[in-house]
Design a protein around this ligand. Structure first.
Ligand code: ADP
Ligand code: MG
Length: 399
């Protein structure tokens, strides 16, 4: 672990500002439907509280676009955190300002404050210096435990740090962040080989760049999900149009062809499950990618592809997986994703999952405990593996 963590600095009795990822899913009435992100911060919080730190938590929820919007209040998160932690959590209804400053200055040792949604202020995403300085109020130790937000240079993930340092304060990783950097860092520097990367999902534009950067790092790259079809079209396969989510992806895929032609360590689907509707009772049929009917679209990989991909996975010693193989949210199209998840669950390889929807699929299918690590970062885990320096990691002190 190249970065200092809360275990490397003195936090006893200190005022500690912790950036956490509490961007939890909620139902229409605001009830939290999955509190994993809150639970995952408990080791860091308990470590700090056992040492009588004065803990101030900051997070964002949703996209309130720089304005106060009660729909995105962190109040329900405060209530859930209080239950999980088994001690009071003081919720402040802003993240900066006179009242916040007063509360932070008077905070007793061994207590927790949760600040209101950082994104109620435009300064957060703009990484505004005045906003960052206000957040840094009274902070003696800055902790980033929000790996999922570390690929953005925002006020709470990057801009705040120089203001903390100005007063002699430290900037270190929380325990969750440290685990992410360690596990993903090992994939980058010393993966047990063969190292297989599986890429799928829907954000084709983003992930074409990822292929470019990972193709030399992986022994084998398996491509599935919606991103396969623009690539197949660029390669000249007929009748792909209905399977392509965004026409812009075809040009991007075409730009990838020279890179693919210069390598032979990648696989694309050779067959797919096609349908005319995204519905439980839809008509489905398997077809070779050479033989798509013009009126149907691909929603999952086919049995030949599943066989080929699981054969590759059987010999793997390290696997990184981002992006489902098909539209797994609808039952008839979940089979390919489930088959890959099952193959990873059976494997002795180190298995690392990144991406919100991929993680959701693994949880939903009951394979979560069989994986070595499920990253809390989607975009962040991809950028990290591409070898990019994440702004929220770069600002933390080297060990
Ligand atoms: P992650 O969140 O794991 O990074 P993405 O957000 O890129 O993954 O993509 C996940 C979405 O991709 C899922 O909602 C899934 O339904 C969708 N998807 C995957 N394959 C297909 C496909 N062939 N057609 C339509 N949607 C697909
Ligand atoms: Mg997603």
């Amino acid at each position: 672990m190249p970065k200092k963590t809360i275990q490397d600095v003195d936090v006893t009795g200190k005022r500690v500002f912790v950036r956490v990822d509490y961007n939890v899913p909620q139902d229409e009435s605001g009830n939290i439907t999955d509190d994993a992100r809150i639970r995952e911060t408990l080791p860091t919080l308990r470590y700090l509280l056992e040492r009588n730190a004065k803990v101030v938590l900051a997070a964002h929820l949703g996209r309130p676009k720089g304005k106060r919007d009660e729909k995105y209040t962190l109040q329900p998160v405060a209530a859930r955190l209080q239950e999980l932690l088994g001690q009071p959590v003081q919720f402040l209804n802003d993240c900066i300002g006179d009242e916040v400053q007063a509360a932070r200055e008077q905070q007793p040792a061994g207590t927790v404050i949760l600040l209101e949604n950082l994104r109620f202020h435009a300064g957060e995403e703009e990484n505004d210096a005045a906003f960052a300085r206000a957040l840094a109020t009274a902070t003696e130790v800055y902790v980033n435990d929000a790996f999922g937000a570390a690929h953005r240079a925002h006020a709470s993930t990057a801009g705040i740090v120089p203001f903390v340092r100005e007063r002699g304060g430290a900037a270190v990783a929380g325990l969750l962040m440290a685990k992410e950097i360690e596990v993903l860092g090992n994939l980058l520097t010393q993966p047990a080989r063969p190292f297989v990367v599986i890429l799928g999902g829907a954000k084709v534009g983003d992930k074409i760049g990822v292929i470019r950067n990972l193709i030399d790092k992986a022994d084998t790259l398996l491509i599935g999900g919606a991103m396969a079809y623009p690539i197949l079209k660029a390669m000249g396969k007929p009748n792909m149009d209905k399977s392509i989510l965004d026409p812009k992806d075809v040009a991007q895929a075409a730009s990838l062809l020279p890179i693919l032609q210069a390598h032979n360590n990648w696989r694309l689907p050779t067959d797919a499950l096609l349908t005319d509707r995204d519905a439980e009772d839809a008509h489905t049929e398997f077809r070779s990618v050479d033989n798509f009917p013009p009126d149907l679209f691909a929603m999952d990989i086919g049995p030949q592809t599943i066989q080929a991909y699981t054969d590759v996975l059987r010999d793997a010693k390290t696997v990184f997986w981002n992006g489902p193989m098909g539209r797994f949210e609808t039952k008839p199209f979940a089979y390919g994703t489930r088959a890959i998840a099952a193959a990873l669950a059976e494997s002795d390889a180190t298995t690392v999952i990144g991406g919100g929807d991929s993680a959701a699929a693994i949880h939903q299918m009951g394979f979560a405990d069989a994986m070595s690590h499920i990253s809390t970062g989607g975009g962040a885990s991809l950028e990290f593996l591409e070898g990019k320096e994440l702004p929220g990691v770069a600002v933390l002190e080297e060990r």
